[in-house]
Design a binder for this molecule. Structure first.
Ligand code: NAD
Length: 448
């Protein structure tokens, strides 16, 4: 891991490289606000609710942002509360009951990284308790939760940022600028995929050896989910069941929606259809491991999404934007543009006609399109913009969150943005459930 300081050094030394026909540029890293001295009172006191894989990772990143201090952690598994103390010291307050954290006056903001079925309730409770909220994606687990969270953020005047971190990425920001500048002409299609080929990639996370009703607060974990006897796989591999997660749509499509909406400025699709199946991981899960979705956007482009957990090869994540004059690709640490300017004249297809007819057409054509010689610099064929090695959009996403906490201005990925992304993603599950095309009003954020 690069520290922020070393990372900026590396980033600063990156230079543009030019190869034959390919131009590669290093993307600049946003500068942090000038380091104003922070008194202890200026610190944002943070608590983590849901200290699992993501919650611990998020918190490590969040407290790298200057002026942020972790004071408390809530989780339903003792082992993770104990490890939180190993990571962040015995002074932090730990509890199984997140409401004890919300009652504390020394907590300004919380990270919510529980399973999806808890996001809404914890977020609403936190905002009502006066806390600002960084809530992991997908914002919602079911549709009615969206308006409730939007209303809670509005009425409590709290900051709510959703955790699709690519929305704060320098790569996505460059892609947004490129599209707006007409780099690929008129957008007509976005194809995005998230393919994996491993057991961990398919959510088979390791269950700790001491998992039991002693060490796990099973009732609290279940919350509003159907009551069933303790099941360690459900607890630690919850993504595999709809009761807690939302399948690949809520887990991964949602990132692709957030990225597409941010880059295109669209608020969401109007129609969705999806299909898929459980092809390989027949281990008792009730969600698909292969899923395809098609979405119509009112801005006259189509989105096609794919997740394949058994892709037979490399794991890959990426988006391709197709326009009338080129394509733009987003990969792991880059955005590239391949430009193909449209032809200036339509061409002739005449050789099946009589010689006389060919001549007449050719003469007319020459008059209409006199031979011209190319002038000016050749149109750039291919450009690539690369993020510096070690770049982490997650850090920038937290920086934006804490900037919002200080300025009291809602972030880009606020409750409305989060609902539009998660609401669009869940259309896929609905389409599969109903075996039908489903319609959505992206402005009004309602199913039709
Ligand atoms: N932004 C991203 O790229 C990204 C990546 C991974 C996960 N996530 C999201 O983060 C969230 C957590 O995922 P994870 O992989 O860390 O899961 P996890 O199972 O590793 O961790 C979830 C933790 O929440 C705890 N928990 C459950 N109910 C709780 C409650 N009521 N109060 C307090 N704690 C509770 C569990 O005990 C568990 O330790 C999910 O919503 C997931 O979609 C986002």
């Amino acid at each position: 891991m690069l520290s922020r300081r070393n990372f900026l050094k590396v980033a600063g030394s990156a230079t543009a490289a030019t190869a034959l026909g390919v131009r590669t540029y290093a993307l600049p890293v946003p500068q942090e606000a000038p380091a104003a001295p922070l008194s202890a009172n200026d610190h944002i006191q943070l608590a983590l609710i849901g200290a699992g894989i993501r919650g611990q990772g998020d918190t490590k990143t969040a407290i790298e942002v200057p002026g942020v201090k972790l004071v408390a952690v809530a989780d339903c598994y003792n082992g993770r509360l104990d490890h939180s103390k190993e990571l962040w010291g015995n002074d932090i307050f730990t509890t199984r009951d997140y409401k004890e954290i919300l009652a504390r006056k020394d907590v300004d903001a919380v990270i919510i990284a529980t399973p999806d079925h808890w996001h809404k309730q914890v977020a609403v409770d936190a905002m009502k308790a006066g806390k600002d909220v960084y809530c992991e994606k997908p914002m919602i687990h079911s549709y009615p939760e969206g308006p409730e969270m939007i209303e809670a953020a509005r009425s409590t005047n709290r900051i709510l940022q959703i955790g699709s971190q690519r929305v704060s990425s320098i790569i996505y920001s460059k892609a947004k600028d490129l599209l707006a500048s007409g780099a690929i002409g008129q957008l007509n299609m976005v194809n995005a995929q998230w393919d994996r080929n491993s057991s961990l990639g398919a959510w088979n996370y390791t269950v700790p050896l001491d998992a039991s009703t002693e060490t796990c607060d099973w009732d609290r974990f279940l919350g509003t989910a159907p009551k069933i006897p303790f099941n360690a796989e459900h607890f630690f591999q919850w993504r595999k069941w709809k009761a807690y997660g939302s399948g690949v749509a809520g887990d991964l499509f949602v990132h692709l929606f957030s990225g597409t909406h941010f880059i295109t400025g669209s608020t969401g699709p109007t129609r969705a259809m999806a299909t898929g199946g459980l092809r390989f991981w027949k281990d008792g899960r009730d969600v698909y491991d292969v899923m395809l979705g098609l979405f119509d956007y009112p801005q006259e482009f189509n989105l096609s999404l794919r997740v394949n957990f058994v892709d037979g090869g490399e794991e890959s994540e990426g988006l391709i934007f197709t326009g009338s004059e080129g394509t733009m690709e987003i990969g792991n640490n880059f955005v590239s543009v391949s430009r193909t300017p449209r032809e200036k004249e339509p061409g002739l297809m005449i050789n099946t006609y009589t010689e006389a007819m060919q001549k007449r057409i050719r003469d007319g054509y020459k008059e209409k399109y006199p031979a011209s010689h190319p002038s000016g610099p050749p149109a750039a064929g291919f450009e690539k913009y690369v993020a510096p090695e070690g770049y982490r959009d997650n850090y920038d996403h937290f920086q934006n969150f804490f900037a919002s906490v200080r300025s009291r201005r809602q972030p880009v990925e606020d409750a409305v943005f989060g609902y539009r992304a998660a609401g669009a993603a869940l259309l896929s599950n609905l389409s599969i459930e109903r075996s039908a095309v489903v319609k959505w009003d992206p402005e009004g954020m309602k199913l039709i």
